[in-house]
Structure formats: C-alpha cells, structure tokens
Design a protein around this ligand. Structure first.
Ligand SMILES: Nc1ncnc2c1ncn2[C@@H]1O[C@H](COP(=O)(O)OP(=O)(O)OP(=O)(O)O)[C@@H](O)[C@H]1O
Ligand SMILES: [Mg+2]
Length: 379
C-alpha cells in the first residue's frame, strides 16, 4: 500500500525527477507538474495528500499556487511544502503567509526531505481522521435531534389541546402550568430545529430553492409578524428602502430565516421604548439588507466571535430571553450559500447594525477563493 500521494511541482525537470525518485523509493506515489498552472490542474484532478512546490516558477509561482489551493475547500487540507533556493527569512515569511505548511531550501538533503514528507503525512492522516470524526459527530447530532423532535412535537400537540381547553376547562393554576410546559417545549423545538439546520448546512445538504423575489415583500411579512411583539415592548419598528429596488434571485424561505434571526436578536437585545429599522438598498450587483437597533450593543472584544456557533459572546438579553447562540451562525452560513456576506457594526450602549448582502442575480458558481475571502469578516 502506498504511503501517500505526493505532487511535485517544479519547472526544473532534474529536480522533479530527483524528488519523485526519492519519494517512490520510500513508498510514496509521486506525480509531477511543470509549473503552477499545471500543478493547480493536477491537484484539482487528483487531490494529493501533499504538494512539494518550487517557489520561483514562470507563469504561476509557488506563492500563487499555494494561495489558490488554500482558498479551495476541496484542496485546503493538502499539506504544502514550499521548496526554494531562497533562504532569506522574509521569503520564508512570505511563503508561510500564502498558507504554506512547511518550507525547505535548495539544495536539499534527500533524507531531510523524506523526514519532512513523513511528518507531513502523519499530520495529514490525523487531519483526515478529524474530518471523519466531525462527520460522525454531525451525523449523530442530526439523528439525535431528529429523533427528539418527533416526541416533542407530540407533547406540543397535547399542550395545544389543553391550552384550547379541548380536554376540559382549566383553572388558573393549571393554565399557568400548561403554559410553562408549552414555552419550554417551544424552546426545545427551536433548539433542535437550529441544530438540524446547522448540521444540514455544514454537511452541504441544503439546497436553495431559488426564485425571483422582492425583498420588500419579505421585509413586510416580518413587519407584520413582529407587530405584536413591537407593541408589547413599546418598540417602534420601521422600514426604509432605496429607490429602484430590483427583484433578487433568492430562496425566500431561507432569507426569511436570516432576517428573522437578525430581527429576533434586535428585539431581544433592545430595551423598551427603543426603535428597530429594517433597511434595504441596492449596491452595485448586490442588495444590502440591514437590521438597525438602538439597543444594548456589543462589547468590542466580542465582535469577532459574533458569528461563531454557540458563542453568545455579547451581553445577555436585558429581558432575560434565552437562546443557544446558533442564530447568527446559521444566518452567516445561509447568506454565504447565496454568495453574499454578513457583517456587524456596533457601539456598546448605542446599538447594533447587522447587514447582509445578496447578489441580485443569485448565487453564481463562485470560485471557492472568494468564498474564503468573504468569510473572514463574519469570523
Ligand atoms: N442585535 C444585537 N445586539 C446586541 N447583541 C447581540 C445582537 N445580536 C446578537 N448579539 C449577541 O450575539 C450573541 C449571538 O447571537 P445569536 O443570534 O447567534 O444567538 P442567541 O440569540 O443568543 O441564540 P439563538 O439565536 O440561537 O436563539 C447573542 O447571545 C448576543 O450576545
Ligand atoms: Mg439569536
């Protein structure tokens, strides 16, 4: 059995041959490519475990090749060793900056090269194991959440029957008890639905149901459904739209979910008497939708954790409402699936503005690189 698949990228034939020969002798499957472009094409086709690439090459150099590979979700995990004649520290830093995992200078000692390749392969194998464990965890979570949902739905059904007094009249104490059970069951169902959503999106199982949609309609629907809560909390809910808002190619249900997650936060983290605005404008080939609140805001040090699962890095809700810290993580993933991005601006004590953008034409087949570039803002 092979020790692993290694792609050697170098414009010098003698180096390619030499490295491949040493690797083959040591039990690896070795492949070669003549420059960055050839390397990228071959890596995309065969997905090796490890790439050993020269830095200076005509056309696409090693730095660019490494950047492209690390921006592609399929190839991101491939271990990358940069091989070069340069030994200056700044060249090494540049190499690592592009995402290289290790560095070797030419002329190289073949035993050192093999030792590094073997150590890289150990890391690669551990990574693979970790990915597999992650998949098992997601599958387990999916099954557990799914199996919990069914009995909870039945319990909620019974609660509804009691609440509607279909099973006989209830006294005040009994009403309060049934109400308490109903609230808790609803919380658990929301949590389970969120967990299922995250698992589904993370395992790439969410398919967008795209169609032309006016964002004003989605916003208006939310304005209606939040009217009661707004009046209860004495919050003024406003909408603002730019001129010439186009129809957008989107999944209405999923974008409603995004807006709902942002809006429910705005209500949760705003005191009585404040105001919330849902605003939308066209910006180039995108539309941007913002939920602006004048609530408690987010501490500076928590800002970078906002979109992480379960983080709840900001303040607690002043009204004591509970949550699980999945709303923003789900919103980020759904927006990303549409080819958009999401970001937040906030000042503690003054309020927060959460904005997401959506491409008017709908999700294109974006190169993975752009996907990676946008995610950092919401990281
Ligand atoms: N509009 C906001 N104003 C102030 N803090 C916010 C706002 N939106 C989110 N946060 C902070 O970010 C955290 C994460 O939000 P997120 O929506 O992911 O989770 P949650 O609301 O706590 O729970 P869930 O949405 O899963 O019910 C919140 O717990 C809160 O600390
Ligand atoms: Mg939330």
């Amino acid at each position: 059995m092979s020790e692993g698949r290694v792609l050697v990228v170098d414009d010098q034939q003698s180096i390619r041959k030499l490295v491949c020969m040493h690797l083959t002798k040591a039990g690896f499957e070795a492949f070669d490519a003549v420059d960055g472009n050839d390397g990228l094409a071959k890596a995309t086709e065969m997905v090796p475990d490890l790439i050993i690439s020269d830095l200076m090459m005509p056309g696409m150099d090693g730095i660019e090749l490494c950047k492209r590979l690390k921006a592609d979700t399929r190839l991101r995990e491939v271990f990358f060793i940069m091989l070069t004649a340069k030994s200056r520290t700044e060249d090494k830093i540049k190499g690592f900056g592009s995402g290289a995992d290790d560095y070797m200078t030419k002329p190289f000692n073949h035993q050192e090269l093999l030792a590094r390749v073997q150590s890289a392969m150990r890391i690669r194998n551990l990574q693979k194991e970790l990915t597999k464990l992650g998949e098992i965890k997601d599958e387990f979570l999916g099954i557990a959440a799914h199996d919990l949902r069914t009995p909870l739905t039945v319990i909620k059904g019974w609660c509804d029957l009691f609440n509607e007094e279909m099973l006989g009249a209830l006294n005040d104490e009994q009403k309060e008890a049934v109400d308490g059970i109903t609230q808790q069951v609803k919380l658990m169902l929301n949590l389970i639905n969120d967990l299922l959503d995250v698992t589904k999106i993370e395992s790439g199982k969410v398919e967008l149901n795209l169609g032309q949609c006016k964002i004003q309609d989605v916003v208006a629907q939310h304005e209606r459904s939040y009217a009661l809560l707004a009046s209860k909390k004495n919050i003024t809910l406003k909408t603002e739209f730019g001129n010439d808002m186009p129809s957008v190619n989107l999944d209405k249900e999923r974008i409603s979910q995004v807006l709902n997650n942002l809006l429910s936060n705005a209500f949760k983290f705003s005191p009585e008497g404040s105001s919330i605005t849902m605003a939308s404008v066209k910006s180039g080939d995108f539309i941007e939708i913002s939920v602006v609140d004048t609530g408690i805001g987010i501490p500076e040090e928590a800002m970078h954790k906002m979109f992480q699962k379960f983080s709840q890095a900001g303040h607690r809700a002043p009204g004591g409402e509970k949550g699980t810290g999945l709303g923003l993580a789900i919103a980020k993933k759904l927006v990303k699936l549409h080819g958009g991005r999401v970001w937040v601006e906030s000042k503690e004590g003054k309020g927060s503005t959460f904005t997401f953008s959506l491409p008017i034409e709908g999700p294109q087949d974006l190169p993975e690189m752009e996907e990676a570039a946008v995610s950092s803002e919401a990281e």
